[in-house]
Design a protein around this ligand. Structure first.
Ligand code: LRY
Length: 236
């Protein structure tokens, strides 16, 4: 157990999420839902359904959704930067923009990928802007390093999306178990595509569970069904 594991209780905005569902409301570039009005409508639907918080991907979206709820918002940017594969809130300026737009928690890349700014710099930028710092990691070692660097919480978000993490169709339950064993508070996130998987993720010891695609990306969900029928036809 590290000294960070004893940081308790969690900051208030994270305590409010304990045991609950956070819905990630993000539309990818090119999606017919990539307009602020659609993001607000999807957010309203998630809140009606019982989401305890939301995860949103731009200052514009955050500002619009902040106007309709006081629940905790996790904010990020998604932007390509030359010379790095890091795309989730890669710079202190982006951290600042996300916090200023109303995020209680700023999520940023917390992986070992070559990066323009360190995790420590991004966490410090979040704190300077009055927000909490969430490091999106892909391994236990990255989680430990992110806590050392000042993150308030880590998320399993990036497991499966770095070359050095396991590539698998489902959630990374092994990573979740390892984080719990190490005493590191974490948010379970990534490919949690059913209520059963969400329940299992919480049971590993997660503070809360983030679900995105299965709730807010109907194009992805449609593809899951269409592909299943297609393979069924081929198998027949
Ligand atoms: C890897 C990456 O860029 N993840 C992004 C992080 O914000 C989102 O595209 C995901 O939708 C989110 O993590 C929730 O995951 P899922 O959609 O699988 O429930």
């Amino acid at each position: 157990m590290t000294e960070h594991a004893t940081r308790s209780p969690l900051p208030a905005a994270l305590e409010r999420l304990r045991g609950h569902l956070v819905v990630s409301v993000q539309a990818d570039d090119g999606s017919p839902l990539r307009e602020v009005a659609h993001i607000v409508a999807l957010s309203r639907a998630a809140l009606l359904g019982g989401a305890a918080g939301l995860r949103l991907r731009s200052a514009e979206d955050l500002q619009a959704v902040r106007a309709i709820t006081d629940l905790p918002l996790i904010g990020l940017t998604k932007q390509a930067h030359p010379g790095t594969d890091v795309y989730i809130t890669a710079t202190p300026q982006e951290v600042q923009e996300v916090a200023a737009a109303g995020a209680d928690v700023v999520a940023f890349d917390g992986t070992d990928l070559p990066r323009p700014y360190s995790v420590a710099q991004l966490a410090a930028a979040a704190h300077a802007a009055g927000a909490l710092a969430m490091a999106d990691i892909s391994t236990l070692a990255e989680a430990r390093a992110a806590y050392e660097a000042g993150a308030d919480i880590v998320g399993t978000t990036m497991s499966g999306y770095t070359p050095h993490s396991p590539q698998q169709p489902g959630p990374d339950f092994a990573l979740m178990a390892a984080l719990t064993a190490a005493g590191l508070p974490f948010i379970a996130e990534g490919r949690i595509n059913s209520p059963e998987l969400a329940t299992l993720a919480l049971q590993t010891g997660a503070v809360c569970v983030v679900v995105g695609s299965a709730i807010t990306r109907p194009d992805h969900v449609t593809r899951w069904f269409a592909s299943a029928l297609q393979s069924g036809t081929q198998d027949a």
